[in-house]
Design a protein around this ligand. Structure first.
Ligand SMILES: Cc1cc2nc3c(=O)[nH]c(=O)nc-3n(C[C@H](O)[C@H](O)[C@H](O)COP(=O)(O)O)c2cc1C
Length: 349
């Protein structure tokens, strides 16, 4: 299976093309964002289960930008020790490991911060306020410092969370960003923040440290998403992970005969326009489907999220043709959004 052919990302060889995407474990951290033994066991199980690339859940770079109180943190040096236990546990099995750097921006909850800071105030959110230029500079520095901590904790790279309607996505999306300074307005201005962060990180870490960008394929439309992908590549991003843009992104129509949903479709379209490897994601469950995306040159790597939650050994079983315990797609949404233990197929150590 081509899914198990190694792939090189920024001069680092990833043993196969199965990615475990970032998935928050609600309630496993404390209000200080510290790693718990449950986190270590959880990521180690996916590494042992064969995933080539693991991306640790959204971890906040600034305390007032957490989406919820108990989110994992990387805003302080005190987080390095716990995070290094996760990287050690995963490296034992030969997986590469990144951590997702996150700021929720306008989606920061009230329990975290009275003010939800974003590129500009949101008419639908009375707690929201526009960040000053000075705050944008501090934020940039905090992303860079967080990436340095990730390096110190033994991560092979970082993923910037630029999708799902969170802060970086808010800056890049013209439907949200109404700034009139150099961080708003034109396409280049809206991309200025992520690009300054990317360049700042590159100046601080070894040249083979992976910088992955989780982007919204639609920012707000697919054609602008593709332009964004090209500019991110030019700015030094080594890997693109294409997902959706939350409520303000416009998902394209999928051509008839395309066997996957619009989020996967956006990834395959982005892939046509860049040279860096592209990860596609969303509702991909079967090894043969994941393999076909690689085999047909539509993607370089495939992220399997919920199905690697219900079966940590998804990758090994896929390679050996064994039965996989599949996610049963709870409605109206995944029960792990409340707490991991609510999943009907919960099976963590
Ligand atoms: C409980 C839960 C938490 C999630 N947390 C994150 C996160 O921290 N960062 C992120 O970018 N996406 C997050 N996601 C989205 C997943 O990374 C992934 O894109 C999504 O589950 C779709 O892939 P799947 O169909 O293979 O599960 C989360 C999804 C779920 C179900």
């Amino acid at each position: 299976m081509e899914l198990f052919t190694p792939v090189t990302v920024n001069n680092q060889v990833v043993k196969n093309r199965v990615v475990f995407p970032p998935i928050v474990n609600f309630g496993w951290s404390d209000t200080e964002g510290m790693v718990s033994q449950r986190h270590i066991n959880h990521y180690e199980a996916r590494a042992k289960g064969g995933a080539g690339l693991i991306i640790v859940e959204a971890s906040c770079v600034q305390q007032d930008g957490k989406i919820f109180s108990y989110q994992l943190g990387i805003w302080d040096d005190k987080h390095i020790e716990g995070l290094s236990k996760i990287t050690n546990a995963c490296h034992k099995y030969g997986s590469k490991i990144l951590i997702q750097l996150h700021h929720a921006g306008l989606l920061t909850r009230k329990a975290v911060s009275k003010v939800a800071w974003g590129p500009s105030a949101d008419a639908d959110n009375e707690r929201s306020k526009a960040m000053s230029l000075e705050q944008v500079k501090v934020l940039t520095k905090n992303f860079i410092l967080a990436a340095k901590r990730a390096y110190q904790a033994g991560f092979d790279g970082i993923e910037l969370h630029g999708a799902h309607g969170y802060l970086l996505n808010q800056f890049t999306n013209e439907a949200i960003n109404c700034r009139t300074d150099e961080y708003g307005g034109s396409f280049e201005n809206r991309l200025r923040l992520p690009i300054e962060i990317i360049k700042g990180i590159k100046a601080e870490v070894p040249s083979n440290f992976i910088i992955d960008y989780r982007m919204a394929g639609c920012t707000p439309t697919l054609s602008e998403g593709i332009e964004m992908a090209k500019l991110l590549e030019q700015s030094g991003v080594n890997l693109l992970h294409v997902s959706h843009g939350g409520s303000k992104g416009i998902n394209p129509e999928v051509p008839s005969g395309f066997g996957f949903n619009s989020i996967v479709y956006m990834g395959t379209e982005v892939k046509k326009h860049v040279r860096v490897p592209v990860i596609v994601v969303n509702q991909i469950k079967l090894p043969e489907d994941a393999n076909s995306l690689i085999k047909n040159g539509q993607a370089d790597m495939v992220a399997i999220g919920r199905d690697q939650l219900t079966d940590a050994e998804w990758a090994i079983k896929a390679q050996q043709g064994e039965d996989i315990i599949h996610c049963i797609n709870c409605e109206p949404r995944c029960k792990r959004f409340t707490k991991p233990e609510s999943c009907p197929l919960y099976n963590e150590l």
